[in-house]
Design a protein around this ligand. Structure first.
Ligand code: SD4
Length: 319
């Protein structure tokens, strides 16, 4: 299948976006270091991650630094501060992180903390567990020096109140929920890590947890093979344990682009009617620094930073 990607190059300082050209490649040639992030704001995330990678730093530090960028931005309405709330008006966050040794940490249904990715890293490094949720995750964060903050901005509160008028849970692909950041990197030492963080689907039921904090669903890293992350409707990703599947497909010899496509096709096969209505996108990177992406619907973008610069690509879509 021919894949076609438009891409845009970010200027060296990340200040302006310039049209750059088109790529028809099926996959992308490998190089390291390299960092990939979901969606347009991945460009900004990559800038912070690249500072670490380009000075010989560890992929784990790079993905955490990158994930913190949209988490701290009140204008991004599906990650961290300013995230759209659940249907009760509460912002609840999900995040996970995984390193080159298979260590992982995760938080879900966490409230009041701007940087859940850093709490997830603390869970990984300071506890015997992988996942903390809700109040327990909040208590752990506060005990580790994180500050309790109000995450619901005026704008997000206004959007929620507008939503309440009809109270219909019909997420529009790529619009209400398009800001989960998944970020995967290969450092100069050849080690892989990944991070994923989100406020989840806007106006979800209280207590709902998506794929993003679930190791194997929203993120998976195997330092022998590769890393993968996902975005879109988490329920569909969880059903196929998406990112673990993508990494296993790479283990079987598939390119990152093909592994992402095969995982999307698994979703399609299970429920073709549902698949028409929702967005799911996978992004993958292998041990050689080759990468690829595939999604159900048009509109999924991802950013790639290498020594050649920071570029935004359109994910190849099934529909
Ligand atoms: C979730 N996967 O909570 C997240 C939402 C998302 O792009 O990725 N939106 O289901």
């Amino acid at each position: 299948m021919t894949t076609r990607r438009k891409f845009i190059q970010l200027s060296a300082l990340g200040a302006s976006l310039l049209p750059f050209g088109k790529s028809f490649a099926k996959g992308h040639e490998g190089q390291k270091p390299i960092v990939l992030s979901t969606w347009n704001f991945g460009l900004q995330a990559n800038v912070d991650a690249w500072k670490i990678l380009s000075s010989g730093g560890r992929a784990l530090d790079a993905v955490e630094a990158g994930a913190r960028v949209p988490e701290g931005d009140p204008k991004e309405t599906s990650v961290g501060l300013g995230g759209l709330p659940d249907r009760e008006g509460k912002v609840t966050l999900d995040a996970c992180i995984m390193d080159e040794h298979g260590n992982c940490g995760s938080v879900a249904f966490l409230e009041h903390i701007v940087h859940p990715i850093s709490v997830a890293r603390k869970v990984m490094e300071k506890t015997p567990h992988v996942m903390l949720v809700g109040d327990g995750a909040l208590q752990f964060a506060l005990a580790n020096g994180f500050k309790k903050e109000k995450l619901l901005t005026k704008e997000s509160e206004k959007a929620w109140k507008e939503w309440l008028k009809k109270s219909e849970y019909k997420p529009v692909a790529n619009i209400e929920n398009h800001d989960t950041i998944g970020i995967i990197a290969l450092d100069a030492q050849g080690n892989l890590s990944g991070a994923c963080t989100t406020s989840g689907m806007a106006y979800k039921m209280r207590g709902r947890v998506g794929d993003s904090p679930i190791i194997g669903a929203g993120l998976y890293v195997d330092n022998e093979i590769g890393a993968a992350t996902s975005t879109g409707v988490g329920e569909e990703v969880i059903r196929i344990v998406g990112c673990h599947l993508v990494v296993e497909l790479m283990r079987q010899g598939n390119s990152p682009a093909d592994a992402c496509r095969l995982a999307v096709e698994r979703i399609l096969k299970k429920n073709p009617e549902k698949a028409k209505q929702v967005q799911v996108g996978f992004l993958a990177l292998n041990k050689n620094g080759e990468y690829g992406a595939y999604c159900l619907q048009k509109g999924f973008t991802y950013a790639v930073h290498t020594n050649d610069g920071n570029k935004l690509y359109d994910g190849v879509s099934h529909f």
